[in-house]
Ligand binder design. Structure first.
Ligand code: HEM
Length: 428
């Protein structure tokens, strides 16, 4: 058995601190140290339950594929401290989750709920959206042209494009989109003072939990209206599939339907906007890759995958063990808690050559940005399709591309990516 020395506090803080992702450097340095020195290490910090940091690609896969041994729903699926965990349990009457979406479920409920929409998300089904998505992509490329050669690509394009797509998919009218954008940013940006409601960091904000509850209540109120409408008047959209969903012959509850909207509405755009902005950032950092892409548009799918790997919009999910298990020479006990460090797995030197470099020609590109196993991202084909379509519309018209200022990253340890990306370009 390996020596179970706990990890140095500085390294652990470099993994859990939202600011470590915001500066674009600290988290990656911590991950590099972990992969080299203690790839599966135990973290013990005042105020937190002990947890393991899983930094190697192979170990993230090994845990993620065994959904019976490593549960999603038994404890909080995202990292939390003891105090916040207790408050959530008090509010919910014992559950560690404020919402009950697919990511908080395990078998037997998880496969039944996933089945409700799984076929809707398959490539052959979402193909019918291609023309509509292309129109949305063209509007965004035209907007870039109108902006006259300089824009903040993250704010002006990457944030609104996936939002427009997912709202179309859910059947949310255009005039309600700003409200949805604000709500998702507040939900995911709870630790980013620029994005959350009070303007304070999570640690400094005594009302953080009440704010989170208010945000979720807003979501629920909004989608309750949509559910009622789709029950009365079914359409061909995903909202209709959710609103009329049945499990074991009984309709799903309003709470479960609302949770489904929350996961689709939130998982469906902040993630994709991060990797969309990440693609343009990567091309600015590696002008040779931009030239290759201009010369050979068949490299677009490679650009899509590489931008998702390089950005890794989802920074972690948690799992907890149901039984003793041995991994990488370490003894794991039932109840142990795991931080799956996707950005670390996606920069694992054993799997990716020159992992910090942005290379659109990686083939294969075995990134794990969409997770793995039973919870593998349901929206991955949609995310890749919408990014591909945007690049098919933009790249042929884009003649030059460079950074026009300092990019800024979201201060977030769960979902995040570039939130400011000033660029200069020539477009026709
Ligand atoms: C680049 C974009 C995206 C990334 C990086 C991403 C990442 C992820 C990851 C890592 C998980 C795994 C959760 C776990 O293991 O617990 C996941 C699950 C999920 N994603 Fe995505 N996602 C993206 C886009 C989307 C889109 C566009 C949608 C929907 C429209 C979506 C819907 C979902 C859903 C519903 C789940 C839960 C699946 C389950 O628990 O069975 N995602 N995603």
């Amino acid at each position: 058995m390996a020596d179970l020395a706990t990890l140095p506090e500085e390294i652990v803080r470099g993994v859990i601190d939202p600011a470590a992702y915001g500066d674009g450097r600290t988290a990656y340095e911590s991950f590099r140290w972990l992969r080299a020195n203690n790839p599966l290490g135990r973290a013990e910090l005042e105020g937190f339950d002990p947890f393991w940091i899983v930094s190697k690609h192979a170990d993230i896969l090994e845990i993620s594929r065994q959904n019976d041994l490593f549960l999603s729903g038994a404890r909080s699926t995202t990292f939390t401290n003891r105090e916040a965990d207790e408050r959530v349990r008090q509010m919910t009457g014992g559950s560690p989750h404020l919402v009950r979406t697919l990511v908080q479920m395990d078998a037997p409920d998880h496969p039944k709920h996933r089945l409700l929409t799984q076929s809707w998300f398959l490539p052959q089904n979402i193909r019918h959206l291609e023309e509509r998505i292309r129109q949305i992509a063209r509007e965004h490329v035209d907007r870039m042209a109108e902006l006259g050669g300089e824009c903040d690509f993250a704010r002006d394009i990457a944030m609104t494009y996936p939002l427009r797509v997912i709202m179309e998919v859910l059947g949310v009218p255009r005039e309600d989109e700003p409200r949805m954008l604000r709500l998702t940013q507040e939900l995911f940006g709870a630790s980013d003072p620029e994005l959350n409601r009070s303007g304070a960091g999570m640690g400094d904000n005594p009302n953080a939990m009440a704010e989170l509850q208010a945000i979720i209540a807003d979501f629920f109120m909004y989608f309750k209206k949509i559910t009622d409408e789709r029950k009365a008047d079914p359409q061909k959209d995903l909202a209709t599939v959710i609103a009329n969903g049945q499990i074991d012959g009984a309709p799903i509850s309003d709470f479960e339907a609302m949770s489904y909207y929350v996961i689709v509405a939130t998982a469906g755009h902040d993630t994709t906007s991060s990797s969309t902005a990440g693609a343009i950032w990567g091309l600015c950092e590696a002008p040779g890759e931009f030239a290759k892409l201009k010369a050979d548009p068949s490299l677009i799918p490679g650009l899509v995958d590489e931008s998702i790997r390089w950005t890794t919009p989802v920074k972690h999910f948690m799992r907890s063990a149901t039984a003793p298990y041995e991994l990488r020479g370490c003894q794991i006990e039932a109840g142990d808690w795991f931080w799956l460090a996707y950005p670390s797995g996606n920069r694992d030197e054993e799997v990716f050559e020159a992992p910090d470099e942005f290379r659109i020609g990686r083939n294969p590109n075995r990134h794990l940005a969409f997770g793995y196993g039973a919870h593998l991202c349901l929206g991955q084909h949609l995310a890749k399709m919408e990014m591909r379509i945007l690049w098919e519309e933009l790249i042929p018209r884009l003649e030059t591309l460079e950074l026009a200022g300092e990019p800024k990253l979201a201060v977030a340890n769960f979902v995040g990516g570039p939130k400011r990306l000033p660029i200069r370009y020539r477009i026709h």
